[in-house]
Design a protein around this ligand. Structure first.
Ligand SMILES: C[S@@+](CC[C@H](N)C(=O)[O-])C[C@H]1O[C@@H](n2cnc3c(N)ncnc32)[C@H](O)[C@@H]1O
Length: 560
């Protein structure tokens, strides 16, 4: 049976707090004649705020102005309870907004407002997605295959907006971070006289059970004609909480210039002027390069079924599978304490009950217990796992590309390059890092040291993607874009000893000291005018960035 919470998640049904819907309705509804559409009205928060706002400006017939859609029958129960008689027949559609082609709605609305569902692309029916995409094509908008449901709502709403109309959306953090959102932002920026995004640091949906970041998007003056100019990205201001958002919306509405960056550089936009100067000075140095100039980052192994392929030592013994028929594997960043991973570390992971052994059929042919284990795999599952069909032998997830280093995918801490002294491979919960030709072991250690310094950690925050829970994610190409200082004057003995000290500090839980050591080491090897300023300022900045990234309830220090 599907639980209420699961149902809520699958519909992305997280209702907007009243103070936010009130604020956006006050901004968006300006005239007694305004026609308003809420395309996923859910708990009716926006509709209720809209009724109040219309009454405030003197309307005696707010019901005449409100239209909506929602796929969830519960939303219609809310509609009955909150608007009752006010809900005009024919104004509200029960169904999928992506498939709702109301000809009478085209170009009708002065305001489209709401908080569309945040549902990942994998959960959107592919036929529905294609139909919606073909409607968007007619508007000239091409959303990528991976666009989440909210992006379709934002795009499709344009066809229902009047020339000169407004948008007021509550959107998730992916509006700033996702690749598919970049094109959408430019598309919108070119079609409105004024458009601005506001990222709210306070988590507004905790009571609704999600710690998703909130971005408010306001746009005014819709230009129905296809614009001839190519717009730049949308400007973004950072707001502490709703009170701050209210002030900033008021200033923006009054035409004041707000302190802002653009949406694509949301982290860098929040960095103080002094830190930005120091960061830029380092960024301009000849020794400053992209990590990708030295390291190619690749995803780890996709097994298709980790619980089946990854075994603990205990489980392997229980099944009678000899360790010679298994290969070492890693599937968690938490297994790395320091800057290296060696056989003792692997042994410790196994001793602590980690699933760090992988079934490897090539190793011992069809050793009997191994064959029995493989034969026990449920046949119906065998057909349903797409990954199995993609490799030559479904029983053989190992591809033999043992990486010389690992890189975390999702983590609360910043990026790290962990040198691999074992024969272990990793699953795709970690990235594999391969050094380009010519990088020696000592240079690999230098890269590992330098990546830990505050400059690269800040760069990692800028290029990474933030997730609602506060986790930072680096796709391989994001990781390769991290800026790193690689001084040529560092000599092997110093590199080796610094690397060893940092490894030990990290293993003792002292990431802050390890980072400071990295700063001092790198600064001692480069010509940099403001060394003390770096040491005083950048660590504070890094801490501030991480505090903004991680929701209030989780305390962040540079050590955790
Ligand atoms: C994030 S909630 C927001 C609800 C309301 N707009 C608010 O701000 O409180 C998203 C809403 O989208 C609705 N929804 C999900 N998929 C939909 C679809 N394909 N078409 C129309 N509504 C949908 C959900 O039922 C839910 O009410």
């Amino acid at each position: 049976m599907i639980t209420a919470a699961a149902q809520k998640r699958s519909l992305g049904a997280f209702y907007t707090p009243t103070n936010l819907s009130d604020l956006l309705c006050s901004w968006g509804i300006r005239h007694l004649t305004d026609q308003i559409l809420e395309p996923s009205f859910g708990g009716c928060g926006f509709l209720t705020s809209a009724v109040a706002r219309l009454r405030d400006i003197g309307s005696s017939t707010p019901q005449e102005h409100l239209y909506g859609c929602d796929i969830d029958p519960n939303a219609f129960e809310h509609l009955g309870k909150t608007l009752g008689e006010l809900a005009k027949e024919g104004h509200f559609i029960k169904g999928d907004y992506l498939l709702t082609e109301q000809s009478s709605w085209v170009g009708k609305f002065d305001l489209v407002i709401g908080n569309p569902p945040y549902v990942p692309y994998q959960k959107i029916d592919s036929t529905v997605r294609e139909l919606a995409q073909s409607r968007l094509n007619a508007l000239g908008l091409k959303l990528g295959q991976r666009a989440s449901l909210w992006a379709y709502f934002v795009g499709l709403a344009l066809s229902q907006l009047k020339g000169g109309g407004r948008l007021a959306w509550v959107l998730p953090g992916s509006f700033l971070q996702a690749d598919y959102a970049k094109g959408l932002r430019r598309f919108l920026a070119a079609r409105f006289d004024r458009i601005h995004a506001f990222a709210v640091q306070q988590r507004l949906f905790l009571e609704e059970g999600t710690d998703e970041e909130t971005v408010v998007l306001l746009a005014d003056g819709y230009r129905r004609a296809v614009p001839s100019i190519t717009a730049t990205d949308i400007a973004l201001s950072i707001c502490k909480d709703i009170a701050d958002l209210r002030d900033k919306i008021e200033s923006w509405t009054n035409g004041e210039v707000l302190q802002s960056s653009d949406c694509s550089s949301s982290v860098s936009g929040q960095i103080s002027a002094l830190s930005r100067e120091i960061f830029e000075e380092a960024n301009q140095l000849g020794e400053c390069r992209n990590l990708g100039d030295f390291v190619k980052v690749r995803i780890g192994l996709v097994t298709g079924d980790n619980p089946f392929f990854l075994l603990t030592r205990f489980r392997a013994a229980e099944l009678g599978i000899p360790e010679s028929a298994l290969t070492p594997v890693l599937s968690k960043f938490a297994y790395f304490d320091g800057l290296t991973f060696d056989d003792t570390d692997h042994e410790n992971v196994l001793r602590d009950g980690g699933r760090a052994l992988m079934v490897n059929c090539e190793k011992q042919g069809n050793a009997l217990p191994l064959q029995a284990y493989i034969d026990s795999y449920p046949p119906e599952k065998l057909k349903s796992v797409g990954t199995f069909g993609k490799r030559a032998t479904w029983t053989q997830p190992e591809d033999g590309n043992i990486p010389p280093a690992f890189f975390p995918v999702m983590h609360h801490l910043g990026p790290r390059l962990i040198l691999n002294l074992t024969n272990a491979n990793c699953t795709n919960t970690l990235h594999r890092a391969f050094f380009v030709d010519g990088v020696t072991v000592v240079q690999a250690k230098l890269l590992s040291i330098s990546l830990m310094c505050t400059f690269s950690q800040i760069s990692g925050e800028i290029v990474g993607r933030k997730y609602g829970s506060g986790v930072l994610k680096h796709e391989p190409r994001d990781a390769e874009r991290i800026r790193i200082l690689v001084p040529s004057t560092a000599v092997a003995a110093e590199i080796n000893s610094t690397y060893k000290k940092m490894d030990s500090l990290l293993r003792h839980g002292n990431a802050d000291s390890a980072r400071r050591l990295a700063d001092q080491f790198i600064l001692s090897k480069i010509e940099f005018n403001r060394k003390q300023c770096w040491l005083d300022q950048l660590p504070k900045e890094l801490l501030a960035i991480r505090r903004r990234r991680v929701p209030d309830r989780k305390k962040v220090s540079l050590n955790n």
